[in-house]
Design a binder for this molecule. Structure first.
Ligand SMILES: [Zn+2]
Length: 554
């Protein structure tokens, strides 16, 4: 009998982001991805959210490697946090390693791990597993599909992927090898990207975007072109640069991550832009508009990114106006729409012409849609399947697609963060669930709870009212009048009208409570809090947070 292999999901199942999967055999384990998630509007102040790694903390000395599928933040972004806590070698494509390395040095952790770049088709022994790295297409170059040969059979983890038949680098998804593995020895378990499991049809090839650029650029031949995309989308950058250079435009990378990624990708040969065509942004104003193509970050309306700064007139090297065509080669990620459209509005007010994906075919998804998923499932033909990487409805839809393809319902498992799957000689089953929470990072402090966030939501909606007074408990009377201070509750003239009435209401209520024999501090604080809460609700119809402080003279 062979010992079981356990797969544990620490993030990415039930949300988009902070992907992390652990595969374990006889106490030794490997981790696939350690990604970030960015906070939503109900998480004010949070910088990033990480996988809940308490399971790893108890097994820190048994981690044989961290494998990165590709260089997107939701897969590689948590690497500095991982190595602040664990020691293990790091594996992934040359580009993934270079980007991880950059993150580690920025965090002052450059010495914390060994980087092990792998090439397409490599097989590496990592702990108890043979791990095979296969090329797969996605919206960042050198994405890898991870094939883990375990004592309980082959586990395929796709990372993020689409099935692009004409990728920019001609590096095709290795469906041939996956097909061969499915014949011999067979694929025991498939874990596959579900991001677009809701979307019908196929995602357009990345190369079709370049065709739009070729048509679009000449239409704006007398304008300066400012094109934005994700800094990791180096194939998009390549296509922009190719068309720009053909038109005699210099390429000016702008934005910290764009400048870094372009440098790293050029060093690795991932990006081919001849030296004489690439220029520092400081020079941009010394070239006529028709000679300039700025390639920048900020396509999602991120407030501190280059394009937002240009829209606000706060970019320190140059400003935009009626000589500029701004091209957003992206679609707003759900939740970012408002920020993106207000940025487009601000750019338009400055006189720029703005072209975005609602107008032209300037963006395509990096994730397989339903027809591509069908192709993939047909090729891999797994014995068991678990959809990963997606919100619950996406996981469910992906599971349904597998069932439509003829899979046995007992062999399709919809799992969520914290779930543990056991591969045994007999079967593949859910063996249980670990307690699972979001790991919030803000500044230098991390926490697993979200009580503080609930408080912040109240503060952000109503501000707060602080009221304090001093009581002599022996004599049963107030010795100092209530002192009231507020933030974010009400404007000054209104406050002045209300202040003395509130003071009076609180004084009366506390005096009454003391007369009735209230002697406990908490009792009196409760009276202050309730009276204040009722007063502010009745008089202003607002619900600020109330802080009541009562001091005793003794
Ligand atoms: Zn990705």
């Amino acid at each position: 009998m062979t010992s079981p292999v356990t797969v544990t999901f620490l993030g990415g199942l039930g949300e988009v982001g902070r992907n992390c999967t652990v595969i374990e055999y006889e106490g030794r384990l490997i981790v696939i991805d350690f990604g970030l998630m960015f906070p939503s509007a109900v998480m004010p102040g949070v910088d990033v959210i990480l996988p809940d790694d308490r399971y790893l903390q108890d097994r820190a000395d048994r981690i044989d490697g961290l494998i990165i599928t590709h260089a997107h933040e939701d897969h590689v972004g948590g690497v500095p946090y991982f190595f602040a806590r664990y020691e293990a070698p790091l594996y992934g494509s040359a580009l993934s390693m270079a980007i991880a390395d950059h993150k580690l040095s920025e965090a002052g952790l450059g010495h914390m791990t060994s980087l092990n770049p792998v090439a397409d088709g490599d097989t590496v022994k990592i702990g108890p597993f043979e791990v095979e790295f296969l090329p797969i297409t996605h919206s960042v170059p050198q994405s890898m599909c991870i094939v883990v040969h375990t004592p309980q059979g082959v586990v395929v983890h796709t990372g993020d992927f689409k099935v692009d038949d004409t990728p920019i680098d001609n590096r095709l998804t290795d469906l041939r090898r996956l097909g061969a593995l499915s014949e011999d020895p067979g694929i025991r378990l498939l874990l596959a990207d579900s991001t677009n499991a809701d979307s019908p049809g196929r995602s357009a090839s990345e190369s079709s975007i370049g065709e739009t650029f070729r048509r679009l650029f000449p239409e704006y031949h007398d304008k300066r072109i400012i094109a934005s995309c994700f800094a990791s989308h180096l194939h998009r950058v390549q296509q922009l640069a190719d068309v720009a250079i053909d038109q005699g435009r210099y390429v000016f990378p702008l934005g910290r991550s764009m400048v870094n990624n372009v440098r790293i990708a050029r060093e690795l040969g991932v990006l081919d832009i001849p030296e004489r065509w690439i220029r520092p942004i400081d020079e941009v104003d010394s070239h006529p508009p028709e000679k300039v193509c700025v390639v920048c970050t900020g396509s999602q309306g991120e407030p501190m990114a280059a394009l937002s700064l240009l829209a606000k007139g706060e970019q320190r090297t140059f400003g935009v106006g009626s000589d500029d065509m701004v091209l957003l080669t992206s679609s707003p990620i759900p939740g970012n729409e408002r920020a993106v459209y207000s940025m487009i509005d601000a750019l338009t007010r400055r006189g720029c012409e703005v072209v975005h994906s609602g107008m032209e075919h300037v963006h395509t998804s990096g994730h397989a849609k339903r027809d591509e998923l069908r192709t993939f499932h047909n090729v891999v033909s797994p014995e068991w399947f678990i959809p990963i990487e997606g919100e619950f409805r996406m996981l469910r839809r992906h599971a349904d697609l597998a069932l439509d393809q003829g899979m046995d319902p007992d062999r399709v498992i919809v799992a969520l963060d914290g779930d543990q799957i056991s591969l045994t000689d007999r079967s593949v089953t859910k063996k249980g669930s670990l307690p699972h929470q979001y790991r919030y990072v803000q500044g230098r402090v991390e926490s697993l709870d979200d009580i503080v966030l609930a408080d912040r939501m109240i503060l952000s909606k109503g501000g707060f009212v602080n009221i304090s007074l001093t009581v002599d408990p022996d004599k049963g009377r107030i010795v100092s009048r209530p002192a009231i201070s507020t933030r974010g509750w009400i404007t000054e003239p209104h406050f002045e009208e209300l202040e003395s009435d509130l003071e009076k209401a609180v004084t009366e209520a506390v005096t009454k409570a003391l007369d009735k024999g209230a002697v406990q501090l908490q009792q009196i604080e409760k009276v202050v809090r309730r009276t204040t809460g009722k007063f502010v609700a009745d008089r202003t119809g607002r619900r600020p947070a109330i802080l009541a402080q009562v001091h005793f003279t003794r």
